[in-house]
Ligand binder design. Structure first.
Ligand code: ADP
Ligand code: MG
Length: 243
């Protein structure tokens, strides 16, 4: 039994399905990458997993527990188990880096403030911002702000971290520092499902690559297989364009 199993999910923004019968599985500690053309449903899949969209059909199982997205308690469980970081980091401009991280667990978990601050400081240090606790977002580079957003997601102690094109809005020279942070989390055994256009990075860190097109998973397998031995014309066309 895989750690995360997505079993035939269909979902969309209206009655129309954007995702069509999506299956995928991830083992604990594994990094899986979602690749595919723009509009293929990658973000929609991540949004569905965290409960921002309700699947029309299909199920999700994490660590042996199935999530019923129609049920409030299960939905809360889904939100506890996943944390998502978006392309646009959306930090609160009027709050320090530390406060931007503490605000999430403050609200969600109601832990003692002292513990939350210690955890936030530790996480900011982990992402290389131990000396920026008191800095406001406009005093930080895009790469630093994105690392604050990653620390904020980690403060929720997710079982699975979802990263949706977290380097796409960054100037090229700032991409590396964010990829280094993801690499560090990978080395620590964090289970992650990432959407990325950094194909060299995907090949390096992802043990499983899932190629989506038009709302469906077209091919999935080890990075070497997906990149070097694509089975379908659709994947061949896609990799020809991006590699
Ligand atoms: P990707 O992340 O792979 O680029 P998306 O999941 O964002 O793809 O989009 C998949 C499809 O869903 C596209 O056809 C897109 O137009 C549609 N879509 C995305 N967001 C919305 C939305 N908020 N409302 C309606 N349709 C949407
Ligand atoms: Mg997207």
């Amino acid at each position: 039994m895989a750690y995360l199993t997505v079993d035939g999910i269909s979902a969309g923004y209206t009655k129309l399905d954007v995702l069509k019968n999506v299956h995928l599985s991830i083992e604990k500690g594994e990094i899986a990458a979602l690749i595919g053309p723009s509009g293929s449903g990658k973000s929609t899949l991540l949004r569905t997993l965290v409960g921002l969209l309700r699947p029309h059909t299909g199920g999700v199982e994490i660590d042996g527990h199935s999530i019923d997205y129609g049920d409030r308690d299960s939905l809360r469980q889904a939100r506890d188990r996943f944390a998502i970081v978006f392309q646009q980091y959306n930090l609160f401009q009027n709050m320090t880096a530390l406060r931007n991280v503490t605000i999430a667990p403050d609200i969600v978990k109601k832990r003692a403030r002292k513990d939350v601050e210690a955890l936030a400081a530790e996480l900011l240090d982990k992402v290389g911002l131990g000396n920026k606790l008191g800095a406001y977002p406009d005093e930080l580079s895009g790469g630093q702000q994105q690392r604050v957003a990653i620390a904020r997601a980690l403060a929720l102690k997710p079982d699975i971290l979802l990263l949706d094109e977290v380097t796409s809005a960054l100037d090229p020279e700032l991409v590396t520092e964010v990829l280094d942070t993801i690499r560090l989390l990978a080395d620590e055994g964090m289970t992650m499902l990432i959407v990325s256009h950094e194909m060299a990075f995907v090949r390096e860190v992802a043990s499983r690559v899932v190629f989506m097109d038009q709302g469906s998973v077209v091919e999935a397998g080890p990075a070497s297989q997906v990149f070097d031995a694509p089975k379908t014309d659709r994947l061949r066309d896609f990799t020809a364009k991006i590699l």
